[in-house]
Design a protein around this ligand. Structure first.
Ligand code: PEP
Ligand code: MN
Length: 264
């Protein structure tokens, strides 16, 4: 399998001079006003390469907010037109893929629950066949490196050239300070299998709370991850999903400024 070095506009560099890619935005799109507000702030901050917002939300139990659905695609299109930020959303079914491609979403990510299911990732790969879109693949919820690699191979075999992996931690029954435990050896192993594959870290879903995010971000940058996906909400305490882990735009900009202060 061939996964090419990415040629993306990245805004930051590691101390070693390597490029970094930053994906930021709310866990979920909630309203047009919320999206435009946070996107405007992120665009002005200048650290964000891709604006993320989930519109189809995989909730563990029914009855919670399951995303705004298709109407969020129109809002993401507007974000791109008004701010110039590229857009990213999660896809879990073939219908999600077709709809997102129709609206020109620049980056599709496959969530942890979906990566764990080879039938689902194969169906997504079939729907993506030959599409010109960036695809990020989060690690599966369980610490199975082979499942992660397998999902990447399926997407690559569908002809997608622009692929990235995202380490978002692994769920566990053990009581730890993390929502999802980072097992750094697994993304390091993945990188050894596919040296050209950019691997990002998602400190938001690893931490589960905003206080721990700077620590995990420093750790990931120290390990030379190729970028970050971070959840940012204009009013985190009012968020309809992942309320504890979203940063305000101000604390996000401060975190990135501190993280990259020595980079050009
Ligand atoms: C998300 O990014 O909001 C999300 C649901 O991610 P994960 O698949 O990592 O749980
Ligand atoms: Mn989330």
């Amino acid at each position: 399998m061939e996964i090419k070095e990415q040629n993306v506009q990245q805004s930051k560099r590691t101390p070693a001079g390597k490029k970094q890619l930053i994906i930021a935005g709310p866990c979920s799109a909630e309203s047009e006003e919320q999206l435009m507000r946070v996107a405007g702030m992120l665009a002005a901050g200048g650290h964000t390469d891709f604006f993320r917002a989930g519109i189809w939300k995989p909730r563990t139990r029914p009855g919670n907010f399951e995303g705004v659905g298709n109407k969020g695609l129109q809002w993401l299109k507007l974000v791109k037109e008004e701010t110039g930020l590229k857009t990213a959303t999660e896809v879990a079914t073939t219908t999600h893929v077709y709809e997102a491609l129709k609206y020109g979403i620049d980056c599709l990510w496959i969530g942890a629950r979906t990566t764990a299911n080879p039938f689902a990732t194969q169906e997504i790969a079939n729907a993506l066949q030959g599409a010109d879109v960036k695809v990020c693949i989060k690690n599966p919820v369980n610490p199975d490196a082979g499942l992660w690699l397998g999902a990447i191979e399926r997407i690559s075999t569908a002809g997608i050239k622009d692929i990235m992996a995202i380490h978002r931690g692994f769920s566990s029954c053990a009581k730890t300070r993390y929502r999802n435990i980072p097992l750094w050896a697994i993304p390091v192993w993945l990188k050894k299998q596919l040296p050209g594959l950019p691997v990002l870290c998602d400190p938001s879903h690893i931490a589960g709370n905003s206080e721990l995010i700077p620590h995990i971000t420093r750790r990931a940058m120290g390990m030379r991850f190729d970028g970050l996906m971070i959840e940012v909400h204009p009013e985190p305490e009012k968020a309809m999903s992942d309320v504890r882990q979203q940063l305000t735009p101000t604390s996000f900009e401060q975190l990135l400024a501190a993280t990259f202060k020595n980079s050009s």
